[in-house]
Design a protein around this ligand. Sequence first.
Ligand code: IMP
Ligand code: MG
Length: 184
Amino acid sequence: MDQQFDMDDFTKVIVSENDISRKLDDIALQIRADYDGEDLLLVGVLKGAVMVMADLARRMPPTVQMDWMAVSSYGSGTKSSGVVRILKDLDADLSGRHVLIVEDIIDTGITLHWLLGNLRSRGAASVEVASLLRKPDAVQVDVPVKYLGFDIPNEFVVGYGLDYAENYRTLPFVAILKPSVYED
Ligand code: IMP
Ligand code: MG
C-alpha cells in the first residue's frame, strides 16, 4: 500500500528514496569488508536512527547485532550545551566488542562527540560512526565519521527517521520542510 503524504509540506526533496537505497548499498559493502570475520554491534540512537538502522542492518550478515540508546541534550533554547543525559542505556556489555554507532544526522556534533567518549570508556575493542546525513555546522565539533551518506545544506530537514514535533519520521525520503508548516 502506498504511503500518503502531502508534497506541499516540503520545499524540496534533497535525498530521494532511491539515493538512500543506493548509498546504503555502498556503505554496507564497505562495512562488510572492514568488519569481515568480526562480530559487529550496531548501536542506534533513538528515535531518529530507526529507519537507517533497519535498512543498514538488513544489508549486514545475519550475525550482526543491534542495540539502542536514547539520550537528551540539555541547553538553553534550541542550542545543545554538551550536557547529555542517558534516557535509555544499552542492554549490551561493550567490553571487547566492535561497535558502530548508527546515526540519522550530525548537526553540531555535540551529542555524538559525547556519545563516542561515553562508549569508548566502556572497554569496546573499537567504536566508529556511520551517519546518513551531515550538516556543515558539524565541523564545529570534530566527530570522526567513518561512514557518511550525504553532506546536506544547513536547513531543517524531515523524513526517513527525522521529525518535526514527532511528525514526518515515516517519509521514505529526506526533504526540507516548508517554513509555513511551523511558522503560524
Ligand atoms: P547535534 O549533532 O548534537 O547538534 O544533534 C543532532 C540531533 O539533532 C540529531 O540526531 C537529530 O535528532 C536532531 N537534528 C539535527 N538537525 C535536524 C534536522 O534538520 N531535522 C530534524 N532533526 C534534526
Ligand atoms: Mg539522532
